[in-house]
Every structure is written in C-alpha cells, then in structure tokens.
Design a binder for this molecule. Structure first.
Ligand code: GLS
Length: 830
C-alpha cells in the first residue's frame, strides 16, 4: 500500500491507496459510483457505452493500488528494466483480459447481473485498439503480457495512433478501407499526462563549436518541434498482483494555432502547423513486411523513440545515476527496424546533452540495445534515403556516418581492403540511391541480434547478414516467438481451458509445458469425447458470431479449414484458392463424386495493404470463388467458402478455437516465424504446412503423424531458382492444376469476363515469385491426406489433443525467458 502525499496532515491523505473490496457488494458500489460520478448518469438512464465505461473504470480501480505500488517500488529498487520499443501493439480488447488478470470475472458478472446488466453485452461493444498490422504488433502485445505475468520490470513504448489498422469492408467482393476511429466512444484504459509532454525536434541544421573545455563538438539547431504526450496503459500480470506500464505517445502541436491569422479569417492557415505536427500520431501505416518510404513514417519513428529515451533517462532512471552504469539499468529492445533511429538518438543525447566523449558514448550505446529482425524479405529491410534523413534529422545523420566510419575501419583491420565486403557491409548503401540501411545499423549497435524462429535465425545468419555473423561471433542468436496462453487459450477458448484444468489443475496458464500432461489423456476415449464436444460447441459459438456479424452460418459437421493472416503473395493464399477451385471443379464437372470429399468450410481472414494491388486482386478472387461455390447446388453441403471482412484480434479469438485445420502454407524461407500457427496448434487444430518459420518447430514437437507437411524445403526452393523456375511447365504437366487455372481464366468466377483475373493468371504462369505452381501437387496430395484423416474423427481428435499437449513450448512466457537468459539479463523483481 502506498501513501498519498508528502506533507499531508489529513489522516485520509496519509492512508494507503487500497483497492475496493473484491466482493459483489463492493463491486456494485464502485460500478454505480463510477456511473454516477465519473460518467454523470443514473443506472436507468445509462447507455450501454456508459455502462461499459463505468465497468472499465471499476476494473481499473481494482488494479490501481497495485499499479501505483509497483511504480513506487520499482523507483526505489531501481532494477534493470526492459524498454520494449515497438511501433506497433496489436492489443485486442482489454476488458476481459483485465478482469481475468485481476480475478474479477465472477464477481463482475454477478455484480452486473444484480444491477440488471449483462457483462456479455458490455464485452461486445468494446472496440479493440488495432495499433498494429499483424503478427509483429500482436507479438509485442503478447510479450508485455508475459513480462507482467513474470514480474519482469519493463515498459512498453510506442505510438498512440488516433486511427489504427483500417477497417476492411467488401464492396462487390473488393476490399474497401475505412478509417478505424477506435477512440470515438472514449478509451477508458488510458491515462494521459499532458503535463509530462516531451519536446521532440526535427529539421534545422548542425553547427560546430568549441566547448568550455576546448573540445570541438557538434550541436543541433532544430527547425521545428512537436510535443509528445504520454498516455499510460496498465499491463496487468496474470494472478500475480503485478501491473506494468505501456506508454504510448501522442503528437501535439507546441502551440495550438495562430490567433492572428485566425482572426484575419484564414482558418485553414491558422491551424496548418498544428495539423502538420499532429499528423505524426494520426494513423498507423497499414503496411506489413514491406515499408513505404514515407517521410511521415520516419517522423513517427523518431518521434516515439526520442520521447521514450528521454522519458527513461529523465523519469525512470532517476537522478544521480552515472551514465557508465546505464547498461546495468536498461536494455532497449528494438522491435524490427522501425525504432532503430533510437541508436543515433541515444548517442546524440550522450554526446551533445550529457557531454560524454565519443568512445564512452558508443561503449554505453552498444550495451543498451538489442535488435530483433522479423523478416527475410529483402524489400522489408528498411532503408532511409540520406537526403531525407539529413533533412529531418541532420545531427543523427552525422552520427550515423561516424558510426559507419569507425565500423568500416574495424572491418578493414580484420579483413583487409576487401572493397566488395566493405561495400556490402557499409551502413550506407549507394544504390539505387544513397541510403541508411537500418538493419545494418541495428546489427552494428546491438549487443545481440535475434531472429524469431530457428530456421529464420539460421537464414538470417547464412543469407541476410553473413558478413556480420562472421565479424561478430556470438552476436546472433535465436528466440522463437510465442503467444500468450491467457488471451489465446483461457479467454478465447474457455471450455477447453476448463477441460485442461479439470485434467491437469490450474497451473498450466503460467507454466504451459504442463500441457504435456495431456498426452496421457489423448489415449482416453472419455476425454476425447469431451474434447470433441468442446470443438463442436466452439463451432456453434463461431456460427453465432458470424451470423450476427456477416450473416454466415457454420455447420458443426463440416471440417473447418482456416487461413487467417495478412494477405501477402509469399503467404500463398493463392495456393489455397487453387485447392478450393480444384475441389470445386472436380465435383461440378462430375469427375469426382460429391460424397467422396469431406464436407468442408474454408474460412479466410485477411487484410491487404491498401497499395498492394496484387493482394487486393487475390481478395477479390477469393470472394468471387466463394460466391460461385456457395451458390452452386452441385457442391451444396460439401464445400463452402467464408470470408468475413475485417479480420482482427477479436475475430481471431472466435475463429481459432473452432478450427480443425490450420493453413500455414508460405513458401519455405519466406515466413520468419508466424504466430497464428502456434495459436491454432494450441487450440487443437492440425496444421497443413510447409517447412517454414516456426512450422518447423511445431512439426518437430507434435510429430509427423500429427502434422500435414508438404512442399519444397528452403534448399529445394533455392535449387529450383538456380536451375531456372518455369511455372508454365508445372501448368502443362498437371491436369488438375491446368483445369483450376483455366477455370479462373475462363471467367467462371467473373461473370464470363476473362480480363478481371487475367493479371493473377498471367502472374502465376509467367512469374510466380512464390512458386505456387511448384508446390501445388504436393499441396493437393497433403489435402487428400487431410480428408482421409478427418474421416476417422476419433483419431483426428487424438492428434488434436497431442498438438495441444506438445506445444507448451510456444508460450510467450518461454520466449521471454529466452530473451532474459540470452539477451536482457533482467531477472524478475517480485
Ligand atoms: C513478421 C513476420 O512476417 C512473421 O512471420 C512473424 O511471426 C512476426 C513476429 O515475429 O513478424 N514480420 C513483419 O514485418 N510482420 C510480421 O508479422
């Protein structure tokens, strides 16, 4: 318990902050108090949103004493702290997670019922903060959940986007994006602190000067400033009384508008500067894996890391800490290249503001950063043109040049004047234009560099950064991704969670390896029957949700075959489409008896980056194929295609527990890890997948009998490229493939208009960068095995249980342990 205020004399001001009594009566009182005094409405006059807000505030009240106490304790103990720097946090809904963490679900349900309010109804109106694009942002959210649950001192730093990932709708089967105004009805989980704003500078120029000690130094004379206002969010640990902090920054203009111009009647001009500044945190870039060279994006990146570093140094670190000791107090984890501009920023602060000399500043900086790479696609490794960087952050560019100079000097010392190697390793690239390679900068500056699955980390060392691996022995490591079992099992799949707890006791939620205990239950017919009943009930639950949401119905006795992830050619939604078209064509043409295939419902969920034309075409095709298949009586009751729009965390939580089959079918060597693959396996879906990303580890753990492997391996992919890949050859040689592609080309899914999907067809036949056609026959064969396996329901269920039992490794708690052991060295502080 913490004391309110120093110097206070009133007994209440001296009393500790305490949580309200965790009883039904206590909860009712707090809820009504918040409704009346915070929202200003009576219960009878309140809207559903009022009630939701009051409920959220009540849950906050319960967590508050712990949050304040943790902050106070940590400021006294001064432990080493993980500062997770991430441009994205794809949080998902907060209410249920916070109720669960605080053990309030039952009390809240009862208390609300006593007020005539349904918790279920309030849950449903929460708008999820979609402050991330996909796997990378969701991973950050899983990690901060695990860190809180493991009592590790940590702060998540990021951006409070006013608009998150766009809302996707379909018009005539084509994606249309709408802004995601998630803050429209208020966000009860955030605590803004405008008084604690940081000033962040941009532009201007640098100048040399001689300081009082006669040392020549550089300084930055910026051109313009914005304010970074912190918004704090609670990150409660699961059942451990711990509450960590997520701090997201919002950009606010230093002065709101020009009153003189306003009074002269030019209203637009009066707010121009304000609008410009505040655009920085306006909207999340709807990109995944491929960055867009946009100035605003670089502004966003610098904006949030500069604010975060300054916040840590000034507010968290505290006074009187020698900067040499900084590495024992903090590790800044760079979540991909997006926050890498933090490296020259820390250097600038140490050099220009704290007056350290170069070598000391660099020695400190190199120990304070670690870098996680999340991709293998070369086009996804961010680079910034020297021109842009120099204009926006001239001092940082100077610092980067000096880092590079010294680095290349060291490379020369080691390898001699191998100009080719020097050019390859330079942080500054020369072609096609002079640019800063952010991944290289992060690798040079980071104490450690990690990939996100075994295969990915290996390829990172062997293919993407081999010279660096050679130059820095021991710097590269792997931490395989993980997902939080709280959200993705406990909350998403409550019936499965109960079944597991019934079998194994409650400890598995924070010690997921205990799921191993289910192996024995896989052999128990009674348990299998209960598991099958849970799956069936999850399908009904999904059907209810999709019915209300999109008017779709899911049949309980269909195999639910799910492919949900961002739409990207490398992920190969096209391969899935070709499989569906093959099945459809077989039955529709009469060559295959409908009764010979397992009844299946194919479910897609996928957003395409708005500027990614081919991805949008594929979305259009999926919808078009779905329409034809769903309306054709010849396949009725056998094949169905559903593509609910706006796939997000909330929908994932409904879909994954209902799935039978998980589609993880990227071209080998392209998917860094994947995390959806883990969520599905942990909810008892079997995977059909390539040897890519974390699929490799999933398969090794669950065993070949419980995984449908297909496709080329990464070395086989390389070999085929080297030999010369001609997709049209595969088309010629495979009757099924030819029929499927011809059917698409014929206009069968576009009312006879052959031009609509022609770009997809010709891309497949004459380009096919991701080798869809090469893997087609192997995929179709794997799907035949899936069909055969599904026919034996009991054996399938056994495999599903074994998948769960053997995937405890994929808890993000384990990922956090690996980061702590191998990279951060930040023990829990209980
Ligand atoms: C990604 C990768 O594409 C995923 O494979 C990976 O699981 C995820 C988290 O490590 O990171 N990289 C990226 O830019 N977006 C992703 O989802």
């Amino acid at each position: 318990p913490i004391v309110h205020a120093l110097g206070a004399t009133h007994p209440l001001a001296l009393a500790p902050v305490t949580a309200p009594p965790a009883s039904v009566d206590g909860f009712v009182r707090e809820f009504l108090h918040n409704l009346n005094f915070e929202l200003g409405v009576s219960l009878s006059a309140s809207s559903v949103n009022d009630r939701y807000l009051a409920l959220a505030q009540t849950v906050r009240d319960y967590l508050m004493a712990r949050w304040l106490d943790d902050q106070r304790r940590l400021s006294e103990i001064k432990p080493k702290t993980v500062c997770y720097l991430s441009a994205e946090y794809l949080l998902g809904r907060q209410l249920d997670n916070n109720l669960l963490a605080a053990r309030l679900t039952d009390v809240a349900t009862e208390a609300l019922a006593a007020c005539g309010v349904s918790l279920e109804e309030l849950r449903e109106i929460e708008v999820e903060p979609g402050l991330g694009n996909g796997g990378l942002g969701r991973l950050a959210a899983c990690f901060i959940d695990s860190l809180a649950t493991m009592s590790v001192p940590s702060i998540g730093y990021g951006i409070r986007y006013e608009y998150g990932i766009f809302r996707q709708t379909f018009v005539d089967g084509q994606q249309v994006e709408q802004p995601d105004s998630w803050l429209r009805l208020g966000s009860p989980w955030e605590f803004p602190h405008p008084e604690a704003a940081q000033t962040i500078s941009f532009g201007g120029h640098t100048e040399k000067y001689v300081d009082d000690d006669g040392v020549e130094r550089s300084r930055w004379i910026p051109g313009w400033n914005v304010l970074a206002v912190p918004y704090n969010y609670m990150v409660p640990g699961y059942h451990n009384g711990r509450v960590n902090t997520l701090r997201l920054w919002r950009a606010v203009a230093t002065s709101s508008f020009d009153l003189r111009v306003f009074n002269s009647g030019d209203y637009e001009e009066a707010v121009r500067a304000q609008t410009y500044a505040e655009n920085i945190s306006k909207v999340l870039y709807p990109e995944d894996s491929t960055p867009q060279g946009k100035e605003l994006r670089l502004q966003q990146q610098y904006f949030f890391v500069a604010a975060s570093i300054s916040d840590f140094l000034e507010n968290v670190l505290g006074d009187g800490v020698e900067l040499e000791k900084l590495p024992s107090r903090v590790i800044f984890q760079l979540n991909d290249t997006h926050p890498v501009i933090a490296v020259p920023e820390l250097m600038r602060v140490l050099l220009d503001e704290r007056r350290l000399d170069w070598d000391d500043a660099w020695a400190i900086t190199q120990q304070c950063f670690a870098y996680t790479c999340h991709t293998l696609l070369p086009e996804a490794l961010e680079v910034w043109s020297v021109d842009l960087l120099g204009r926006l952050l001239p001092r940082h560019l100077e610092i980067i040049y000096r880092i590079n100079e010294e680095f290349l000097e060291a490379v020369r010392e080691r390898f001699g004047d191998d100009e080719m190697r020097i050019r390859n390793m330079s942080i500054i690239g020369e072609h096609p234009y002079r640019s800063v390679r952010m991944a290289y900068l992060a690798t040079v500056a980071g104490a450690k560099v990690n990939g996100v699955a075994e295969l990915h980390s290996q390829l990172l060392r062997d293919k993407v950064l081999p010279d660096f691996d050679e130059f820095y022995p021991g710097k590269f490591t792997n931490v395989t991704n993980g997902v939080t079992p709280r959200r993705f099992i406990r909350l998403a799949n409550p019936d499965l969670a109960s079944l597991i707890t019934e079998a194994l006791g409650a400890g598995w939620t924070i010690d997921l390896e205990r799921l191993r205990g289910l192996e024995a239950y896989a052999e128990d017919p009674e348990f299998r029957a209960k598991f099958a009943a849970v799956k069936a009930s999850n399908k009904r639950r999904l059907s209810d949700v999709l019915h209300v949401r999109d008017g779709f119905d899911v049949s309980e006795d269909h195999m639910l075959d799910v492919m949900v992830k961002r739409l990207h050619e490398y992920k190969r939604q096209m391969l899935k489409v070709l499989h569906i078209v093959t099945e459809y064509e077989g039955i529709a043409s009469g060559r295959v008896a409908a009764s010979a295939v397992q009844p299946r419902t194919f479910v897609f969920g996928a957003k395409a980056a708005p500027g990614y034309i081919m991805a949008k075409r594929i979305i259009h095709l999926i919808n078009a194929v779905g329409k034809v298949v769903n309306e054709d009586p010849r396949v009725e009751g056998r094949l169905k295609v559903l593509f609910p729009p706006n796939y997000n965390v909330t929908l994932a939580e409904r879909l994954i527990p209902a799935a039978d089959l998980s589609e993880q079918i990227s071209l080998a060597g392209k998917e860094a890890s994947g995390t959806g693959n883990m969520k599905f396996a942990l909810n008892g879906a079997l995977t059909v997948g390539t040897d890519d990303g974390a699929n490799v580890e999933i398969r090794q753990l669950v065993g070949d009998d419980n995984f449908f492997l297909f496709g080329m391996t990464e070395p086989e992919v390389e070999a085929l490229w080297a030999k010369g890949y001609r997709p049209a050859d595969f088309y010629q040689q495979d009757d099924d493939l030819r029929r499927a592609i011809d059917l698409i080309a014929s206009g069968a899914f576009s009312d006879g208009d052959r031009s609509v999907f022609e770009p997809i067809v010709s891309n497949l036949l004459y380009d096919d960068r991701f080798m869809v056609l090469a893997d087609y026959s192997s995929y179709i064969a794997a799907q035949a095995q899936v069909d055969a396996a599904y026919a034996d329901q009991d054996a399938w269920t056994r495999s599903a249980i074994l998948n769960i039992a053997r995937c405890g490794f994929f808890s993000s708690d384990r990922s956090m342990r690996d980061y702590i052991d191998r990279i951060w060295h930040t023990p829990p502080v209980l």
